[in-house]
Design a protein around this ligand. Structure first.
Ligand code: PEP
Ligand code: MN
Length: 381
């Protein structure tokens, strides 16, 4: 059960104390206060944990501090989409709004290799009106002898160039909690010219201690990759770990599932799950066609498999595409074979725009049929 308080409820007010005292007296029920400090207002939600079935919601509702009470109908308490739950499904970070009704492209280097490549990439993004990018500094590699990423040594120039080229958000994987501090320090030293979205990779989707550490900080939003060998439910619980530790600004990224049945693709593309995640949770959903497909193969129509997969995700309502590009893929230190070329960026963006428009047309279409009253209401199970 979630008790949503009126915006800007004063924690020292009598109304607040009266409510907390009541909640404290509920037998066998624990409560956890979650505060969301926004630019305009502070929102407070109180999560009641335990056997809440017997709690009288209308009694809680009658407290002056309470705006409304939401009964949590299934799992994913914080990020889930519950009955009569009209809490927002978006958040703003560094001036960019991420949400289930928004769309962003996050193109960039899988791994930072040289300053020159970072600059070529960011310049192309700026020329094409982009404000988000991906830049991997800490790389989780299967082989211990493979390049592990430049780590904190590349952060000063990545952030400086991010500022120079107007990047508002840089998606960057962290594999250890220390990396959060390293990123934070480097950003501050650079004068915070850009923002960072902390990425948790597929291999760490069940690294619960890392999830808790990343979830405890509220400065940076989180891009969580689906675990490649676990169920969707397990991956959504990973997202809930982040939220239950305190950070609910989470974007969930589909990136393909590991199985040889996807051959010749690197993973089997799972973008049919875009609407499923949007239905079960309030998280914006990202797709990563690069790590799903894993190669620059083209079909006879001339389009790359990575482009086909991207638009499949977008036409199904994805809110973000995370995609690998490189100015010189043969020189890339990680995942060169799946990188799109920087000169392909305008083509890729236009191709994806067509798919987004098609998705929006599909939304208009269902509206039209609904208004005409010719559709039966279908369940959302
Ligand atoms: C990545 O995006 O760089 C990455 C390593 O992806 P994943 O965790 O999905 O393999
Ligand atoms: Mn990669």
């Amino acid at each position: 059960m979630i008790v949503i308080l009126h915006p800007d409820t004063d924690k020292n007010s009598e109304a607040y104390h009266a409510l907390l005292a009541h909640l404290g007296r509920l037998p066998g029920i624990q409560h956890r206060v979650h505060e969301e400090v926004g630019a305009q207002q502070t929102l407070t939600e109180i999560y009641l944990i335990g056997d809440t079935a017997s709690i009288d919601a209308s009694q809680i509702q009658s407290f002056a501090a309470v705006e409304r009470v939401v009964r949590v109908s299934h799992q994913y308490r914080i990020l889930g989409r519950h009955k009569d739950d009209n809490r927002p499904s978006h958040f703003v970070y560094n001036g960019v709004t991420f949400g289930q009704d928004y769309f962003h492209m996050v193109a960039g280097l899988c791994a930072v290799d040289t300053r020159e490549h970072v600059e070529l990439m960011m310049r192309a993004l700026k020329e094409n009106g982009q404000v988000c990018t991906r830049m991997g500094a800490y790389k989780p590699r299967t082989n211990p002898y493979s390049f592990q990423g430049h780590g904190k040594s590349c952060l000063p120039y990545v952030f400086e160039l991010g500022g120079k080229y107007g990047m508002k958000v840089i998606a960057m994987e962290v594999t250890h909690e220390d990396h959060i501090d390293e990123i934070h320090e480097a950003l501050e030293q650079a004068g915070s010219p850009t923002g960072v979205m902390l990425q948790i990779g597929t291999r760490n989707a069940q690294n619960f201690e890392l999830l808790k550490s990343v979830g405890r900080q509220k400065t940076y939003p989180v891009l969580l990759k689906r675990g490649f060998g676990i169920t969707l439910e397990e991956s959504l619980n990973a997202a809930e770990y982040l939220a239950s530790a305190g950070n609910r600004n989470v974007i969930f990224c589909l990136r393909g599932m590991k199985t040889n049945l996807g051959d010749p693709h690197r993973n089997v593309v799972d973008f049919a799950h875009v609407p499923v995640v949007k239905r079960l949770t309030r998280m914006p959903v990202c797709v990563d066609p690069s790590h799903s497909v894993g190669a620059r193969s083209a079909s006879p129509d001339g389009l790359l498999d990575i482009m086909h997969a991207s638009v499949q995700g977008v036409i199904a309502g994805a809110n973000m595409v995370l995609v690998d590009f490189h100015p010189e893929p043969t020189k890339a230190l990680v995942d060169g074979p799946q990188a799109l070329l920087v000169e392909e960026l305008p083509w890729f963006l236009e191709d994806v725009r067509i798919a987004r428009e098609a998705y929006e047309k599909r939304l208009n279409l269902i509206q039209r049929f609904r208004l005409a009253g010719t559709l039966r209401e279908v369940g959302s199970g």
